[in-house]
Design a binder for this molecule. Sequence first.
Ligand SMILES: *Cc1c(COP(=O)(O)O)cnc(C)c1O
Length: 433
Amino acid sequence: MTTTTRPSTELFEEAKRYIPGGVNSPVRSFSSVGGTPRFIERGDGPYIFDVEGRRYIDYVCSWGPLILGHRPREVLAALSEAMERGTTFGAATRAETDLARLVVELVPGIELVRMVNSGTEATMSAVRLARGFTGRQKIIKFTGCYHGHADPFLVEAGSGMATLGLPGSPGVPETATSATLVCPYNDAATLESIFETHGPEVAAVILEPIAANMGVVPPEPGFLQSVAKLCRQAGALVIFDEVITGFRVALGGAQELYGLTPDLTCLGKIIGGGLPVGAYGGRRDVMEMVSPAGPVYQAGTLSGNPLAMAAGLATLRALKAPGLYDTLERRSRRLAEGLAERARANGVPFRVNRVGSLLTPFFSLRPVRSYEDAKNCDRDAYRVFFWTMLERGVYLAPSPFEAMFVSLAHRDEDIDETIESAGAAFAAVAEAN
Ligand SMILES: *Cc1c(COP(=O)(O)O)cnc(C)c1O
């Protein structure tokens, strides 16, 4: 039995009796900002509403998928139409081909694509495929890049130097991460030295072409090109994890924005239009190794689910309308500039990293170009900023290492209201110091 009059605090206590930590994904618990998470009742456009009826301008947008905002008309219509015909068949449907064709059309590096149910599945399957294709074991990942929660990616990165991977979570066997090599982001020189030692054993380098899970950290000029060149020389594959950046920074993702074609691409978040979808795709000769076309096994009972395909298709089709990414760019720039201006006015050390509608406010005087830099930002300042914004009706990620997501539903009025609230939040940060 549920009633909507019970406050979030009470609902959270109840949730903790049945769910580990009260949540189904850790960062929802507010553990890095303290306090009790808000229970959300509904969303509409750029807003979410909690169980106590408070309205928030939402910059989490479900961690990226909701580029059209909450409950966009075209997605709801596609979903109810699909639902009328049944929810799942475990057999081939036309919608799967329609979404695959659209993805191949939009993403430069994808010639064949396989649908899965999450970003985690996409990255773990892409790495299996790279290993199967090259006959090699080792992979290289970058410090501060997140590729979902599969074992080989859960690696403690050490002191910013390249290290052999050690498991970053209990339950991950050393054998699962011993083939994972770790390199600082934006550090092509260290990557080159790793290749000098391990080159012939490296199956793939996997990276976020724009890092967005240590806060937004864009690639330095030439970094992605160096990664591609070193991989080519060593016979390793390049895997772009575009689970966040895909359809976000451009229709064709970061690879379109920077004019680079990875061997494999991982997608998630926006591709499902708010339903659980991931995908991996790439070069035809590599993807033809995937079962049943080839020998590398990968499967899924609900993969290509009709409802998920309908939501994804409706979302990507909507994004093809001309000018939308320019609108996102303009609104996001307005937001970033407004935040920086209010921080300056309050004397708060601050900078914004931004690529398109993906941005992170960092409480730092120095540029943030790596995980080390991100960790050196003022986390207490973020906590004060976060809570002041929340109290004023602006919902930010409850962690300093995340992105703000601007959607097409955020209008100039919402951006301006956010900047107004930020003025008060920066004043609170200045006072707390
Ligand atoms: C969110 C994310 C993932 C994991 O996706 P899930 O759907 O949460 O499993 C992988 N890579 C990146 C870059 C992500 O942002």
